[in-house]
Design a protein around this ligand. Structure first.
Ligand SMILES: C[S@@+](CC[C@H](N)C(=O)[O-])C[C@H]1O[C@@H](n2cnc3c(N)ncnc32)[C@H](O)[C@@H]1O
Length: 232
């Protein structure tokens, strides 16, 4: 009997004896079992966030404001907009199942400088499992100045997936005012929207939009707006 290695399992090839045949059948079963386990692990990893996202969508459609989690391309576009030379804190608002959180970490945002905020209790549970070392706050972005009392004015980048356009204008305005209260001078607000024409943050806030970028590889296509925040 000869042995060769395939996919991390030693496979023995049949040499003619009955013991060899039994060994070979057992090897075959082991290989199939291993493949099924792998498939189950991958499916679980992919389907779980989708299931939790859809459950939240049914519970609070206006707050979720999206049909599925952001794509890798949208996560990357949001993460690339971060000013990494700013060593103040990064706050992510409305993290959902963590598509953008993951992209921020991959882009090089240090875990100890990232604070994540999410309203839904179920999604926060999921985020804490997925990113055990991150600071994850369960709360409403409308209470941002209170929630971040100790870190206010030390925030250099706010990355927001909040569905501002599907909230009532007065609620969206209160959230944006709170964000601006916590952003430090010279900070940056990064917001995505599915509205490809209108700016993601209403113009009456007088923020200067420095860049805008469309991301077609997302369901639906989205636009990432970057705003500068200056106190004067
Ligand atoms: C459009 S989903 C984006 C989820 C995730 N960031 C992504 O890109 O896949 C909006 C998320 O914001 C959360 N959210 C909505 N309103 C919020 C609020 N006022 N405060 C904190 N989170 C909120 C929702 O629960 C949801 O997870």
């Amino acid at each position: 009997m000869h042995s060769e290695k395939a996919q991390g399992v030693v496979i023995k090839t049949f040499s003619g004896s009955p013991t060899g045949l039994r060994d070979m059948i057992n090897q075959g079963f082991r290989l199939v079992h291993l493949q099924i386990k792998r498939l189950q692990r991958n499916t679980h990893r992919r389907v779980m966030p989708l299931r939790e996202f859809s459950e939240e969508l049914l519970r609070a459609p206006h707050h979720v404001g999206a049909v599925c989690p952001s794509s890798k391309s949208l996560g990357l576009a949001m993460a690339e907009a971060i000013n990494l030379t700013d060593d103040r804190l990064v706050i992510e608002l409305g993290a959902g199942t963590g598509s953008i959180t993951q992209a921020l970490l991959q882009q090089g945002v240090p875990a100890n400088r990232l604070i994540v905020l999410e309203r839904s209790e179920a999604l926060v549970r999921r985020l804490r499992q997925r990113f055990p070392t991150l600071t994850i706050i369960q709360g409403d972005a409308a209470d941002l100045p209170t929630l971040l009392r100790d870190q206010c004015q030390d925030i250099g980048n706010v990355v927001s997936s909040l569905p501002l356009r599907s909230l009532k204008p007065v609620a969206a305005d209160a959230i944006i005012a709170g964000i601006l209260d916590t952003l430090a001078d010279g900070g940056r607000l990064i917001q995505f929207t599915y509205d490809l024409r209108r700016p993601s943050v209403p113009e009456h806030f007088g923020l200067r939009r420095v860049t805008t970028r469309r991301v077609w590889a997302n369901l639906p296509p989205a636009r990432v707006d970057v705003f500068d925040y200056r106190l004067t």
